[in-house]
Design a protein around this ligand. Structure first.
Ligand code: SAM
Ligand code: DTB
Ligand code: SF4
Length: 333
């Protein structure tokens, strides 16, 4: 084990944010208990450690995507058995949003399998955003790369968050996606920021990357200026038919470490325990909450793959003495 002196959580907080990739790499090397202790201290300094934000996802346009993201069952280049589906009707989306609100979600996230929205694609999504907003939910969309002017139109329709992930470390990226660059992603994130929409940006863990590359992803997220308000940490869902289907599963401890490092490095952001929860035993999820995760996807489905049933999640939160955050407790991180 490396001989790193562990400071009490309080002096960590006083020491301010972790800067630079080397510092992030060093956090990964800490003994797990030391890392968890630090992360939990940072978490408590900025958030209610027993509260979690609930977002419900719906796929408003599924499958048939021209991009080649190696993890994704919705790419038309792979045969993952996901049937292509046209844009959902407005009333279907409204119905799903109302059900999500009734089940206790505070944010409703609409995902589309596009490289990015064409002009004719945007209008139906703007209508969905208006309807979901009118229900009193926070709105989020993940539609791919945005062109000049599109972020402003999304904002004017009432979009609170835009999700666009960096996905992995810059130097690992080319092994995962060839049809869009890291810089394309940064440009979209810049457009979202400039329009005054809050940023939801994270990545996927367990895609065969090294620990250094996991640190590289977290450092890249922390270098966004300002940092994203919401940071989804997805565990790769290994979908048969995708190029990453046979990837060696990542040990649970490494995933928990990544959540803890994200919490320390992005102290004021909501860190979302995202895809992959269906395969995570409850004690592992509990450790992720201790490490600083304070947001989850809530509802039986992610986009095309499963998520724990809502009732099961309510049971888990009750077991842990945790509660879901109300709408009026949210607001900018
Ligand atoms: N098509 C848009 C885009 O890629 O920007 C939006 C939807 S896309 C499905 C949103 C994110 O879901 C991806 O950036 C990726 O991080 C995550 N994702 C997709 N497939 C996944 C998988 N099998 N396991 C974990 N995360 C996944
Ligand atoms: C994010 O980071 N994770 C969500 C959301 N943003 C859109 C998507 C996870 C997708 C998992 C695979 C699927 O269900 O298709
Ligand atoms: Fe398309 Fe998004 Fe899937 Fe990539 S992640 S293949 S852009 S739906």
């Amino acid at each position: 084990m490396p001989s790193i002196t562990v400071k009490p959580a309080e002096s960590d907080i006083a020491a301010g944010p972790i800067a630079g990739r080397t510092a992030v790499e060093q956090l990964f090397e800490l003994p797990l208990n030391d890392l968890l202790y630090r992360a939990h201290g940072v978490h408590r300094a900025h958030f209610d450690a027993n509260a979690v934000q609930l977002s419900t996802l719906v796929s408003v346009k599924t499958g048939g995507c021209p991009e080649d993201c190696a993890y994704c069952p919705q790419s038309s280049r792979y045969d993952a058995g996901v049937p292509d589906q046209d844009v959902l009707a407005l009333d279907e989306v409204t119905r799903a949003a109302r059900a999500a609100r009734e089940a206790g979600a505070t944010r409703f996230c609409m995902g589309a399998a596009w490289r990015g929205p064409k002009e004719r694609d945007l209008e139906p999504v703007l209508a969905m955003i208006r309807e979901v907003k009118a229900l009193g939910l926070e709105t989020c969309a993940t539609l791919g790369l945005l062109r000049e002017g599109q972020a402003e139109r999304l904002r004017d329709a009432g979009l609170d968050y835009y999700n666009h992930n960096l996905d992995t470390a810059p130097e690992h990226y080319a092994q995962i996606i060839s049809t869009r660059t890291y810089d394309d992603r940064l440009a979209t994130l810049g457009r979202v920021r400039a329009a005054g929409i809050r940023v939801c940006c994270g990545g996927i863990i367990g895609m065969g990357e090294s620990r250094r590359q996991r640190a590289g992803l977290i450092a890249a997220l922390a270098e966004l200026e300002p940092p994203p308000e919401s940071v989804p940490i997805n565990m790769l869902v290994r979908v048969p038919g995708t190029p990453l289907a046979a990837t060696e599963p990542l040990d649970w401890s490494e995933f928990v470490r990544t959540v803890a490092v994200a919490r320390i490095t992005l102290p004021r952001s909501y860190v979302r325990l995202s895809a992959g929860r269906q395969e995570m035993p409850e004690p592992m999820q509990a450790l992720c909450f201790f490490a600083g995760a304070n947001s989850i996807f809530y509802g039986d489905m992610l986009l095309t793959t499963g998520n724990p049933e809502a009732a099961k999640d309510r049971e888990l939160l009750a077991k842990l003495g945790m509660r879901s955050l109300d709408q009026d407790e949210l607001g900018p991180a």
